[in-house]
Design a protein around this ligand. Structure first.
Ligand code: SAM
Ligand code: SF4
Length: 441
């Protein structure tokens, strides 16, 4: 019998790439490749890449260098690059890294089996064409592997927003929404496999269904998914603030299973910067959405993304970002130094903020947020939270779960509770997690 061929797959970047990687594993199984965690064993190395910031892209080239050396020892090793860097670079990638066998873009997973089989015969190939929407629907990654407690379900792909700094619309193409029937079908299959929490995923889930008048919108979709038997908790990410509708806000008051958490990236607290970013809302409009969400769901937790050092961000504009995080009181914030991406609108803007200044602003922002996060975590002490138990904690001697507000929580308990919602009294609020004790089972 032939020894199974081995696939080593590395995934960079966002949850979208993680979903695509699930599909890649299934496709490669179909042509005889078993996944391995050890690159040394690999016959096929695939990198599913991210180009959101220059550092992410450089990391990919760094990794390729490592596999180039491996290929010297093992000349038959097939190396493939997919995802956003592949989409952006195409043929250029082969010029920079001629030892790579295949380059597959974000719309080309359907060609991957053929490309790998071709590489087994010594053929080098590149596929980065964008597909018609019709064909793209067949390529939606769906949650392939079985079970688990909490899973992501892709409901839309691509983005039409063209935020001035962002490469996503350029490398992932236009927005398409999957049919509500397909989403519900997939969630039901996951629930049947024991999954109790799903997170509906898209670059901007709020514009789900916008392109099909009369079709369910995102608020409708949430209501449909909440009805699936076995699903105890529902989340979604990411939300563009401009597209949060009153109907969606009402869902937080009306759908019991909808977790009281929203990831709502502001990107900046300054109107001038928001305008330059083409975000489509002002600081006041953002804060108004925050207020409406808090009215609908008093305990709701906010997380967000912020960019510092965008072209035109002066000290006063940055101060407005600092004030915004104090006002919103985010439970957590992901903050980044602006990175000019080729082909985006902002890449043409004069980038007058000095590197050292960007770094200093990032550090100030992160230090302020660290205090806010700790204070928020401490504020839970003494209260009771509903925690979905995901399994053993990283140390193995306790259970790990998440509150509705998405706070990581550890507590003692029976590992058989995995997948159950339990009431937990919070006893400690630390920087990155809560500690608590289970009240009832
Ligand atoms: N679609 C989502 C949204 O609009 O919030 C997420 C997009 S992206 C995968 C995640 C975050 O990366 C963005 O919210 C933004 O803060 C950051 N980001 C995107 N482009 C960037 C750039 N050129 N430089 C720095 N950060 C960037
Ligand atoms: Fe990028 Fe803006 Fe689209 Fe998010 S909404 S993916 S930041 S263009």
């Amino acid at each position: 019998m032939n020894k199974a061929k081995k696939l080593y797959l590395e995934t960079f970047g966002c949850q979208m790439n993680v979903s695509d990687s699930e599909k890649i594993v299934t496709l490669m199984k179909g042509i005889g490749y078993q996944q391995t965690a050890d690159p040394v064993e690999a016959d096929l190395v695939l990198l599913n890449t991210c180009s959101i910031r220059a550092t992410a892209e450089q990391r990919v080239y760094g990794h390729l260098g490592k596999f180039k050396s491996m290929k010297k020892q093992k000349p038959g090793l097939i190396i493939g690059v997919g995802g956003c860097v592949a989409q952006q670079e195409g043929e250029r990638l082969l010029k920079k890294a001629p030892f790579v066998n295949l380059v597959f873009g974000t719309h080309n997973l359907h060609l991957l089996q053929k490309m790998v089989s071709g590489a087994e015969q010594g053929k080098q190939s590149v596929a980065t064409d964008f597909l018609d929407d019709e064909k793209r629907f067949d390529l939606f990654p769906h949650a392939e592997s079985e079970g688990g407690v909490s899973r992501f379900v892709t409901v839309m792909q691509g983005c039409d927003n063209f935020c001035a700094y962002c490469i996503v619309p350029h490398v992932r193409g236009r927005e398409i929404s999957r049919s509500a029937d397909k989403v519900v079908e997939e969630v039901a299959a996951l629930a049947a496999a024991g999954v109790t929490e799903v997170t509906l995923l898209g670059q901007n889930v709020n514009s789900y269904g916008f392109k099909e008048p009369g079709a369910p919108d995102f608020a409708d979709l949430l209501r449909l998914v909440a009805q699936v038997e076995g699903i105890e908790r529902l989340r979604f990410t990411t939300s563009h603030p401009k597209d949060i509708s009153p109907r969606l806000i009402a869902c937080f008051a009306e759908i019991g299973k909808l977790a009281p958490h929203i990831h709502l990236p502001a990107q900046s607290g300054s109107d001038a910067v928001l305008k330059g970013m083409n975000r489509g809302y002002t600081r006041a409009q953002y804060l108004e959405k925050v207020r409406a969400l808090r009215d609908a769901c008093p305990g709701i937790q906010f997380t967000g993304d912020m960019i510092v050092g965008f072209p035109g961000e002066d000290e006063a504009a940055f101060e407005q970002t600092m004030e915004l995080i104090e006002e919103v009181q985010y439970a957590d914030l992901f903050s980044f130094i602006y990175s000019a991406r080729p082909g985006t609108k902002a890449a043409e803007f004069p980038d007058e903020v000095k590197r050292a200044e960007k770094q200093a602003r990032l550090e100030r922002l992160q230090a302020a947020q660290k205090k806010i996060t700790l204070a928020r975590n401490e504020s839970f002490v003494g209260g009771v939270q509903q925690v979905l138990v995901e399994g053993p904690s990283s140390t193995g001697d306790a259970l790990f779960g998440r509150t509705g507000g998405n706070r990581a929580t550890v507590m003692d308990g029976d590992p058989a509770l995995a997948g159950r919602l339990v009431e937990v009294r919070i006893t400690e609020g630390l920087q990155t997690l809560l500690k608590g004790e289970i009240l009832d089972v």
